[in-house]
Design a protein around this ligand. Structure first.
Ligand code: HEC
Ligand SMILES: [Cu+2]
Length: 426
C-alpha cells in the first residue's frame, strides 16, 4: 500500500458495517451481470461475439483478453477509489497536509499501463500477422478457392476467377454475381478485395475480421467456412449515402450444392428459350432499358461493364453529371434473398417497389427510376415476372439448407409501391 501522507491526528480506522455490505451487494450484482452477458445465446447475424470459424475464434480470444484486462483495471480502480474515499474521508475542518509528487506512484502508474498495453499488444499483433500469413499462404497454394470482390456504391460484385462462365469459351470470363457469395464448406477461401470508387470494408462478423477495399490497392483475406449456413456481412467503412445498405451474404454450401449453383448459373434462364442465338426476345421489351447496366447469362444481355474498369453508366438528367452505371449481374436474380444489397427481401411485391421507387428505397442509388421516366404498370409487372423467373425450374441450390441456419436474418421492411410516394420510405 502506498501512503499518501502521515495519518492525521485523531483519525480513526475506517468504520465497518454499512459500507462493506453495500459494496458486497454491488460486487455481487456486477458478477451476475458479467456472467449473464457471457452465457447469453447470441443469434444476431451481425454480432461480433458469436464466432463460427477459426478466424473469428482468434478475434474472439483477443476480445476476451481485452475484456478481462479491462475488468481487472476496472475493479482495481473502483477498489482504490472506495478505499481512498473511506480511508481518507474528511473528518474535521483541518486542511490536510498537501503532497506534491511521489516517485513510487509515478513509477507505478507508468509501469502498470505499459504492462497492460503489452498484454493487449502482443497477442493482437501476433493474430494480425498470423492472419496475413494465412492469406499469403492461400495465395501461393493451388488448393485455394478464390473469390474476387469489388466494392461498388453500394453493392458488391463477386466473381470466381477459377470458375469460367462457359467452360467451352474462355472469352466468356468467370462467373459473376452480386451481394451473395457462395462457397463450398471447408474450402480455403481467399478473397481478393478491390474497389474502383471509394474505400469500402469487407466484413462478415461471424467468419472474418474487417479488410478494406482500396482503389488502386488489392487486399487479401482468407478464411475457412467450417459450417454450412448463411452468414451476413456488411460494409464497415463509410462509403457514401447508402453505406448502411451495403450488405451481403456468405452462403456456405456442401460441395454438391455449390456445384449445383454453378451449373444453375451456367444454365440459360427458362424465359429465354433460345440460348444458341442468345435471343432475348422472350425477355420483356422493357428490359432493353436495363441491359446497359445489367447482364443475364445465357441471354444477349451481355454489354454491361463488369469488373474493375468503371464506365460511366448514364448522365443524370438532373445534374448533367455522369454517374457510375454498371449494376449487378442479374443471373439467377430469382434466387437472391435480397434486392439492393440487403435493403429489401426478394419478393415480387418488393421487386415492384424496387423498380417503381428505386431512388426512394435506396438513398443515392446509381440506378435510374424508369417508372418515373415512363415505364407503365404493365411493363413493370412484366419486368418483375421476368426477374423473379431468373431461377432454376427445380428450385434454387442451397435454399433448403439455409433454412436451418444458426444465424437469424435481420428484419427487412417491405413497402407498398403504390402508397403515397411522399412518405418516407424507411
Ligand atoms: C445506369 C445503370 C442501371 C440501369 C440502366 C438499370 N440499373 Fe438496375 N441497378 C443498377 C445499380 C447500380 C444497382 C445496384 C444498386 C444498389 O444496390 O446500390 C442496380 C440494382 C438492380 C437490382 C437489384 C440487384 C441485386 O443484386 O440486388 C435489380 C433487380 C435491378 N437493378 C433491375 C433493373 C431493371 C429491371 C432495370 C431496367 C428497367 C435496371 N435495373 C436498369 C444500375 C442500373
Ligand atoms: Cu461500402
Amino acid at each position: 500500500m502506498i501512503r499518501l501522507g502521515p495519518r492525521q491526528e485523531g483519525q480513526s480506522a475506517p468504520p465497518r458495517g454499512r459500507w462493506p455490505r453495500a459494496a458486497a451487494v454491488l460486487a455481487l450484482a456486477a458478477v451476475v451481470l458479467v456472467l449473464s452477458g457471457c452465457t447469453a445465446e447470441i443469434a444476431q447475424p451481425f454480432s461480433t461475439i458469436a464466432p463460427q470459424n477459426e478466424k473469428t475464434e482468434d478475434i474472439q480470444n483477443l476480445y476476451k483478453i481485452t475484456f478481462w484486462a479491462s475488468l481487472v483495471v476496472f475493479i482495481g480502480v473502483q477498489v482504490a477509489i472506495g478505499y481512498t474515499a473511506l480511508r481518507f474521508r474528511r473528518r474535521n475542518e483541518d486542511r490536510p497536509e498537501q503532497v506534491h509528487g511521489s516517485r513510487k506512484l509515478e513509477i507505478a502508474w507508468t509501469i502498470i499501463p505499459a504492462v497492460i498495453l503489452l498484454v493487449l499488444f502482443i497477442p493482437t499483433a501476433q493474430t494480425i500477422f498470423d492472419h496475413a500469413n494465412d492469406a499469403d499462404r492461400a495465395a501461393a497454394s493451388d488448393e485455394t478457392f478464390r473469390v474476387n470482390v469489388i466494392g461498388k456504391q453500394w453493392w458488391w460484385e463477386i466473381s470466381y476467377p477459377d470458375i469460367p462462365a462457359n467452360p467451352d469459351d474462355p472469352e466468356a470470363g468467370p462467373i459473376v454475381t452480386a451481394n451473395e457469395v457462395f462457397v463450398p464448406v471447408g474450402a480455403n477461401v481467399l478473397f481478393s478485395l478491390a474497389s474502383n470508387n471509394v474505400i469500402h470494408s469487407f466484413w462478415v462478423p461471424q467468419l472474418s475480421g474487417k479488410m478494406d477495399l482500396i482503389p488502386g490497392h488489392d487486399n487479401k483475406m482468407q478464411f475457412v467456412a467450417e459450417k454450412p449456413g448463411e452468414y451476413w456481412g456488411e460494409c464497415a467503412e463509410f462509403c457514401g449515402a447508402s453505406h448502411a445498405w451495403m450488405r451481403f451474404k456468405v452462403n456456405v454450401l456442401p460441395r454438391e450444392e455449390f456445384d449445383a449453383w454453378v451449373a444453375a448459373w451456367r444454365t440459360p434462364p427458362a424465359f429465354d428459350a433460345n440460348a444458341e442465338t442468345a435471343d432475348v426476345a422472350e425477355a420483356p421489351p422493357a428490359f432493353g432499358a436495363c441491359i446497359a447496366c445489367h447482364r443475364v447469362s445465357g441471354t444477349n444481355a451481355q454489354v454491361a461493364g463488369q469488373g474493375i474498369a468503371q464506365n460511366p453508366g448514364y448522365v443524370d438528367p438532373a445534374t448533367g453529371e455522369p454517374v457510375p452505371g454498371p449494376g449487378p449481374n442479374l443471373t439467377l436474380m430469382g434466387c437472391r434473398d435480397t434486392i439492393g444489397a440487403g435493403i429489401l427481401e426478394n419478393t415480387p411485391e418488393n421487386m415492384e417497389t424496387w423498380l417503381k421507387r428505386t431512388d426512394e428505397v435506396k438513398e443515392g442509388v446509381y440506378m435510374p427510376n424508369y417508372y418515373k421516366q415512363g415505364l407503365t404498370d404493365e411493363q413493370i409487372a412484366e419486368l418483375v415476372d421476368y426477374l423473379e423467373s431468373l431461377r432454376p425450374a427445380d428450385g434454387c441450390p442451397g435454399d433448403d439448407l439455409l433454412v436451418g441456419s444458426e444465424v437469424a436474418a435481420p428484419v427487412i421492411e417491405a413497402q407498398d409501391p403504390n402508397e403515397d410516394p411522399g412518405e418516407d420510405p424507411q
